[in-house]
Ligand binder design. Structure first.
Ligand SMILES: Nc1nc2c(ncn2[C@@H]2O[C@H](COP(=O)(O)OP(=O)(O)OP(=O)(O)O)[C@@H](O)[C@H]2O)c(=O)[nH]1
Ligand SMILES: [K+]
Ligand SMILES: [Mg+2]
Length: 491
């Protein structure tokens, strides 16, 4: 009875495979390069009718050798009209990106040419336009990629900075998937041992210490999973962009610093205190790290309902900041540790009472307004170990802004690390959810272990399923659409 259950996982897996492999599929087509006018556009097809379509569009009697580029005329199959002269590249399945017969048409990138070729493909029987991410989905279903690799590919397409690209490429290489698969394998082995014990221990064929070794394996797995999860979300933060929030008293120069850093007049600057009300965001690339920098309303008590709302929004942003940039007008606040700390504390509740691990960067602005003794005092203060990392600068003259960017980059590095080093990072909330559930089930195993071994085994099975869902090995049909929805058409 126990074995019947064990087999269920593999039965449902093979059912899943069969359902996805044996169906006669439509052939899909789409523009795979960007839209708009460009030098070359690439149109792809994937599926069993790819070869027919290629022969119809070129008039060829047979298919060309695979993976070789051929220059040819492309004709409308119904009218015979010349659509373009372009390159075609034939891949016969399974040696292709999707694992199916595929063809690429490299045509001139004008909208009329692209439209013409797409329409011509649409006239071929069994061909239909692809849905977003459908090429990659087929690659997954044909075993060319696991889900983490497919997600890495999606991230690579969306990567806007160098460090994001590195992380995506690493995930695409399958390293993260391999890590999860190794854990899966260990879990299945543990599960098999428990089940063997349940079935055969009465015949004395299985020794008691089998369970002891399963227990210690479960404990090891728990520790490894916990370590992997305890990464302060570095991979996810890098994928989504880090939140930097400028905060401080009115007129400290927050908006000036935002404009200077982003090199555009994103926020209004004026000598009137309380100028900024809404949160003003700009997206930046700081040393290869993607950053969303937000300027916020100056923090002060106000009776004005609009400004009050601005301050509320500012505080909300502060709570979710990865790096808090506290801007202080160094010409106004006395330059002593005590007064700076008191100022930070009154405005930003720093050091945070909840003991939140948040990076703080103190910016002492308006250096141009200080005399030489004032400068010396601030420079001394910047070395104070009791204060957060500090930068002394002037938004007016730009002096010290280079150092500010440099220090920010160091902080970003500290938070995200280099995605090429160390263990591969967890990059998606989806993975985190499954890993947490996997971990919970392992904890349940330990709880049930002494009372009811059958229930304990069931928990191992649950944790195995959760891990399998990350790479797409087990029970993922329901989530596929969600994952591939974020891909663009043609990918
Ligand atoms: N001399 C000098 N003036 C500066 C400097 N930075 C900003 N200012 C001036 O300080 C005033 C306030 O600057 P903002 O950037 O609007 O200050 P803020 O912190 O965004 O102010 P609120 O949005 O009202 O909270 C403006 O008149 C700026 O020109 C600086 O480094 N030196
Ligand atoms: K202002
Ligand atoms: Mg402002």
């Amino acid at each position: 009875m126990v074995f019947a259950r064990t087999c269920l996982t593999s039965v449902s897996l093979s059912l899943f495979k069969r359902r996805h492999h044996s169906v006669v599929r439509d052939t899909i087509f789409a523009l795979s390069s960007g839209h708009g006018k460009c030098g070359v556009s690439v149109i792809r097809t994937s599926g069993p009718a790819s070869g027919d379509a290629l022969q119809l569009l070129t008039g060829w009697k047979q298919l060309p050798p695979p993976r070789r580029v051929t220059l040819t005329s492309l004709l409308c199959p119904t009218t015979g009209e010349l659509l373009d002269r372009g390159l075609v590249l034939w891949f016969s399945g399974p040696k292709s990106f999707t694992g199916e017969d595929c063809c690429e048409y490299h045509v001139h990138g004008g909208p009329a040419v692209v439209m013409g070729v797409l329409q011509a493909l649409g006239t071929v029987q069994m061909l239909r336009p692809a849905e977003p991410g459908e090429f990659t989905k087929r690659a997954f279903q044909n075993g060319k990629l696991d889900l983490t690799e497919a997600e890495g590919l999606g991230d690579l397409i969306h990567a806007e900075t160098e460090i994001q690209r590195r992380q995506a490429l690493r995930q695409m290489s399958g390293e993260l998937g391999q890590l999860y698969q190794k854990w899966s394998h260990r879990l299945v082995t543990a599960l098999a041992h428990v089940e063997a014990f349940i079935d055969f221990s009465e015949d004395d064929n299985v020794e008691e210490n089998v369970l002891t070794s399963v227990d210690s394996e479960v404990k090891n797995l728990q520790e490894e999973l916990e370590d992997h999860l305890k990464d302060s979300r570095r991979g996810e933060r890098l994928r989504d962009g880090l939140h930097l929030v400028l905060a401080g008293a009115t007129n400290a120069g927050k908006s000036s610093l935002l404009n200077l850093t982003s090199q555009k007049p994103a926020a209004i600057v004026s000598p009137i205190p309380g100028t900024t009300r809404d949160v003003v965001e700009t997206v930046l690339n700081i040393g290869g790290y993607p950053v969303i920098m937000s300027d916020t309303a100056g923090l002060r008590d106000s009776e004005d309902p609009v400004e009050k709302e601005g301050v509320r929004r500012a505080k909300e942003r502060l709570d979710n900041a990865d790096i808090l940039i506290a801007v202080v007008d160094a010409s106004k606040v006395p330059i002593t540790r005590i007064s700076i700390l008191a100022h930070l504390k009154s405005l930003l509740s720093f050091p945070s009472s909840e003991g939140k691990l948040r990076e703080v960067l103190l910016v002492l602005n308006k250096s141009d307004l200080l005399d030489p003794p004032g400068h010396a005092k601030v420079q001394e203060l910047c070395k104070d170990p009791e204060l957060p990392t500090a930068c002394f600068l002037s938004c007016q003259t730009g002096q010290g802004v280079g150092d500010f960017i440099y220090i920010l980059k160091q902080k970003l590095e500290k938070i995200c690390g280099d995605p090429l080093h160390g263990a591969p990072s967890l990059t998606q909330t989806r993975h985190r959810l499954h890993l947490n559930k996997c971990l919970e089930a392992l904890e349940q195993y330990t709880i049930y272990r002494e009372q009811d071994l059958v229930l304990a085994a069931e928990e191992l099975r649950i944790s195995y399923r959760e891990l399998g869902a990350i790479t797409g090995r087990v029970g993922v049909e329901g989530i596929l659409d969600i994952i591939f929805r974020d891909f663009c058409i043609g990918k």
